[in-house]
Design a protein around this ligand. Sequence first.
Ligand SMILES: *[C@@H]1O[C@H](CO)[C@@H](O)[C@H](O)[C@H]1NC(C)=O
Ligand SMILES: *[C@@H]1O[C@H](CO)[C@@H](O)[C@H](O)[C@H]1NC(C)=O
Ligand SMILES: *[C@@H]1O[C@H](CO)[C@@H](O)[C@H](O)[C@H]1NC(C)=O
Ligand SMILES: *[C@@H]1O[C@H](CO)[C@@H](O)[C@H](O)[C@H]1NC(C)=O
Length: 207
Amino acid sequence: MYSSRILPAFILLSVLHFAPGASSKEIVVDDADTSIVYTADGTLSSIWQTTIPSLKPEPIDSTQVHAGTVHSGSGTAKASLEFTGVGIDVYFVLPNLTTLFVLPTFSIDGVIQPDRIKQAFLDGNGAKIVYNAPVFSKSELSNGTHLLEIAGNYSTADGNTSHFIIDYIKYTQLEPSANSNRASIIGISFGACFVSIAIAIFMNQLL
Ligand SMILES: *[C@@H]1O[C@H](CO)[C@@H](O)[C@H](O)[C@H]1NC(C)=O
Ligand SMILES: *[C@@H]1O[C@H](CO)[C@@H](O)[C@H](O)[C@H]1NC(C)=O
Ligand SMILES: *[C@@H]1O[C@H](CO)[C@@H](O)[C@H](O)[C@H]1NC(C)=O
Ligand SMILES: *[C@@H]1O[C@H](CO)[C@@H](O)[C@H](O)[C@H]1NC(C)=O
């Protein structure tokens, strides 16, 4: 009696399990995370600071900063992150310094990549300080371990230097063994189906 109604319901559930789920995840690395390696020689032409810089006339609003922390690099300061994934995005706190200072460079596995610092500032639509500014984005990397390096510069010739404020980094990782997860989900679906058939047969016998 009930089997004809219950069975289609369970089969529908099983089919829904086949719908492709998210096979990647995004991992946020705050600037304070120890997986980021900061290097600098500590002189004025190469230094990292973790106090929020005091800017005038528009001070940085620490409540708009991710996790309330930043790393400010000057001169040849360099930040490196080794990550396993297929894409990466870097977010700065971006004051209107893009015309005044030497922009830092971004490289992946030792190759310098185009940045979007100026564009991120323009996208701020007139804001004097842009928060969560997406200053670098790289996707379609091979699924493996890569090295991101963010490096400022300092010229002894004219004294031009870099100043930049790292807020956080986000990278995209493919879920480990996505295929075996899918296999176990299919297994559970079939399991549920057999249980439903068993229950249906059992109930049929009762009625
Ligand atoms: C570097 O300094 C020179 C001379 O002061 C200036 O003309 C030039 O615009 C500066 N470049 C940058 C990127 O700040
Ligand atoms: C950014 O700085 C430039 C050069 O100093 C200035 O012309 C411009 O008005 C500034 N923009 C904003 C939004 O503060
Ligand atoms: C740093 O600046 C020097 C001279 O100002 C230049 O030759 C060099 O290519 C720059 N390095 C990077 C990584 O931009
Ligand atoms: C991607 O790499 C990770 C880590 O090496 C691995 O666990 C995962 O199965 C890989 N995914 C694909 C689709 O190759």
